[in-house]
Design a protein around this ligand. Structure first.
Ligand code: HMG
Ligand code: MG
Length: 298
């Protein structure tokens, strides 16, 4: 029995654009976000309030939030790594903060210059302060299926960190296959272990499609009752010049499969293709999304 309805959480403007070589002008980002809203997307991660030295592509977070404003029924979110980021986010009127930590020490160090324990403490601090400021807070755990530096990540560690993150007060926890290395049986085992401790409504899957397994893993999640899937328009993010980087599960591929299986998303697939076309035009190359290429080739 599949869920009747799932949420797609769009990460193209954040995860996609942070991994593209070309930094888009703010107005182009806003144009893309407007197209996603026009397609019926309701949850969009638009940028990050991280250090501009670390992610220069998203240095215009404040200006972008000003440009996109607020939309009825749509929640714009952004990554927030620390209290400094939260101050910026508050000032910019952000509705939802997304905290993020890793399940492997080496990735944690490389990504945010903190150990897992330090990152957990920081995530608690930011979550508490964001809730107090009236924002809702989502959380990510990265390298759940494997780490680019350490390889396998033990399921027990993942479960332990997930429990701590949920206890910190986030409303949803998104499990990251950061390097797109997960396979379906692994996803089954992982979800089985997690669902003993965490209600399925709290979980989302954030699958990068580096090795072509994102949709298969999403299907395993859907069968296990997961009802939120992160996705990126056109599979944005697979910069061909950045070795190892690859985009997320393409939003149109996910929506096409879901609709075909009788699962509603509230998104208009044709309008989504239009948004994908805009993304391609802005980024200046063909994107990886399979449905997008098929639709544009027709
Ligand atoms: P640090 O260098 O250890 O921190 O960076 P610091 O506190 O010493 O700060 C260094 C400088 O950055 C200082 O400026 C701070 O003021 C400034 P300076 O004195 O040198 O002029 N700074 C900031 N500026 C603006 N906004 C801020 C901020 N914080 C400090 N919020 C830090 C630590 C966490 C800041 C840094 O490592 C960072 O920004 N990392 C973010 C990296 C990132 O965005 N990674 C990608 C997102 S995660 C991801 O993609 C995975 C995900 O998609 C899930 C998955 O796929 O698995 C979510
Ligand atoms: Mg990601």
């Amino acid at each position: 029995q599949l869920p009747k309805r799932v949420d797609v959480y769009e990460v193209g403007p954040r995860d996609g654009l942070q991994n593209e070589l070309r930094t888009l002008p703010t107005r182009d980002k806003a144009r893309l976000i407007n197209a996603l809203v026009a397609a019926g997307e309701k949850r969009i991660e638009v940028t990050s309030f991280v250090s501009p030295k670390w992610i220069p592509q998203l240095a215009d977070a404040e200006e972008l939030l000003r440009l996109v404003g607020r939309r009825e029924g749509v929640v714009f979110s952004a990554l927030v790594p620390n209290l400094k980021g939260l101050e910026r986010a508050k000032e910019a009127g952000l509705q939802e903060a997304a905290i993020f930590i890793s399940a492997s020490e080496a990735h944690s160090k490389k990504n945010i210059n903190k150990s897992i324990a330090e990152a957990l403490a920081g995530a608690r601090e930011v979550t508490g302060a964001a809730l107090q400021a009236g924002m809702q807070v989502r959380g990510y755990l990265s390298t759940v299926w494997g780490c680019p530096y350490e390889g396998d990540v033990p399921v027990e560690r993942v479960v332990d960190i997930c429990r701590q993150l949920v206890d910190a007060g986030i409303y949803q926890l998104s499990l990251g296959d950061t390097i797109g290395i997960g396979t379906p049986r692994q996803t089954e085992v992982l979800l089985e272990a997690l669902l003993k401790h965490i209600p399925v409504e709290k979980l989302a899957l954030h699958l990068h499609d580096t090795r072509g397994t994102a949709l298969a893993n999403a299907l395993v999640g859907l069968s296990a009752g997961v009802t939120t899937f992160d996705a990126s328009i056109g599979g944005l993010g697979g910069c061909p010049y950045a070795p190892g980087a690859a985009g997320n599960l393409a939003t149109e591929d996910a929506v096409f499969m879901l609709h075909g299986m009788g699962v509603d998303t509230g998104i208009n697939l044709d309008r989504l293709v239009e948004a994908g076309e805009i993304a391609q035009e802005l980024i200046g190359r063909k994107l990886a999304g399979k449905y997008l290429q098929a639709a544009l080739g027709e």
